[in-house]
Design a protein around this ligand. Structure first.
Ligand code: CAA
Length: 397
């Protein structure tokens, strides 16, 4: 165990957490109207009200750069040696999207960058890898950046569970927000519940099978967590789940509660998770970012003081890998939160009508190397300007 000179073990975890989302949004009531179905299927049945929709000049890089720039504005770049970029919706088979972010936010050349992939899970792997790097050298800091756009075919059952967001975290020793505890439970199972072959921009999914796979994997991760000496279910003040749609989190929470010997009512489950689901209800699925959006939502909506409380994080990536781990909320964490910033970011999105949403959904990028320029739409600090000779172009807005 790495220790301070005082002999105390070094606490490592999340020092700052910033979110970014899209320029536009689509109300799920409008989506329900378009298909002539009861809006309650979305608001109650899957637990979603609105989803974030990217403008034509936004992508995973622009959202990630936005969130990362705000982390650097507050904390500077001193000590940062690594940027880990987690995504399901990668933009290049070879180059890490994080390298574009590295340039856009002005990180020094002495920061290594790599991209990690395992559907919605990889940001959790990145966080654990960051903790490992810092345990070796507590003077180093790591940026963990998760950024995704969840896209399914128009008219498919997955369409209502789309969304987009990025979460950037500064991970370091003596963190101000959440110390990541050592015990972690993991579970891997080769299952085809959700996948996206290289030639597709929208995911394929076995909807009902994916719900079962999620529950099975999160249960497996929980049991491994307990076997690794992890805390008991009742020792958690709250648990943040991966939220492809918020109803999924309620199914997962009930599943873990039953495994732990409980039998909560739907109202008890809803009350337990309410604060963790507020942002996700309005953003939709953000794949790798989703569980960290849930963490921000909890910390930023909880009225009381959570200092010293243990928070569970339940991460799931189809295909599949799940991980359950705990973190302890740090003294003074409230001063580091970005509640007003995040609320304003969600509030300022432009609601699209269904026609405009469909046009954006159907927009494709050239695959023949011809020059292509995007129209200026986003009001975010960075924009995707287009393509030239098969290269993506980014600029400061
Ligand atoms: N009022 C209230 N509730 C209603 C309703 C109404 N009028 N109509 C339907 N419902 C309820 C249903 O009873 C159902 O509830 P339960 O699941 O609690 O039984 C719920 O609304 C959904 O209804 P359906 O099952 O009929 O909906 P669907 O067939 O359209 O599919 C879905 C739902 C499978 C989630 C689909 O949206 C989907 O495939 N989404 C993408 C896959 C996904 O998100 N999977 C989650 C696990 S995988 C994962 O987590 C990784 C990831 O990020 C993708």
């Amino acid at each position: 165990m790495v220790r301070h000179e005082s002999g105390k073990p070094v606490a490592i975890g999340i020092h700052d957490l910033a979110l970014a989302t899209s320029q536009h949004s689509l109300s799920l009531t409008d989506l329900a109207d378009h298909y002539g179905i009861d809006p309650a299927k979305f608001s109650v049945g899957i637990g979603q009200d609105v989803m974030s929709v990217l403008a034509g000049d936004e992508d995973i890089v622009t959202m990630a750069a936005d969130a990362t720039a705000r982390i650097l504005e507050r904390n500077g770049t001193d000590g940062i040696r690594t940027l880990l970029f987690a995504t399901e919706s990668g933009i290049d088979q070879s180059k890490s999207a994080g390298v574009y972010v590295h340039k856009l936010v002005g990180l020094p050349a002495t920061v290594r960058v790599v991209e990690l992939k395992q559907a919605c899970y990889s940001a959790t792997a990145a966080l654990q890898f960051a903790v490992g790097l810092i345990a070796r050298d507590p003077s180093q800091k790591v940026l963990v950046v998760a950024s995704d756009v969840a896209r399914y075919d128009l008219g498919s059952s997955g369409e209502s569970t789309q969304g987009a967001a990025a979460a950037a975290m500064l991970v370091q020793a003596d963190p101000a927000i959440l110390e990541v505890e050592n015990a972690a439970g993991v579970f891997t199972d080769d299952v085809m519940d959700f996948w996206r072959p290289n030639y597709r921009s929208t995911a394929l999914v076995d909807g009902k099978g994916s719900i079962k796979a999620y529950l099975n994997a999160i249960g497996g991760a929980w049991e491994d967590y307990r076997a690794q000496g992890g805390a008991a279910f009742e020792d958690f003040a709250a648990i943040c789940y991966h939220q492809p749609f918020t109803k999924m989190a309620t199914k997962a929470h009930r599943h873990l509660a039953v495994l732990a010997g409980g039998n909560p009512t739907p109202a008890e489950v809803a009350a337990d998770l309410d604060e963790t689901m507020r942002y996700n209800r309005l953003i939709g699925n953000s794949y790798t970012a989703s569980v960290y959006v849930a963490l921000a939502s909890l910390l930023e909506h909880h009225d009381g003081d959570l200092t010293g409380a243990r928070i569970g994080l339940a991460s799931y990536g189809s295909g599949s890998v799940a991980e359950f781990f705990g973190g302890v909320v740090q003294p003074g964490y409230r001063e580091r939160l970005r509640g007003a910033e995040h609320a304003a970011m969600i509030e300022r999105r432009t609601p699209l009508d269904h026609t405009a949403y469909e046009v954006l959904h159907k927009t494709t990028l050239p695959e023949d190397g011809r020059e292509y320029r995007t129209a200026r739409e986003t009001t975010a600090p960075f924009r995707f300007a287009g393509m030239q000779a098969h290269q993506r172009l980014y600029e400061t807005a």
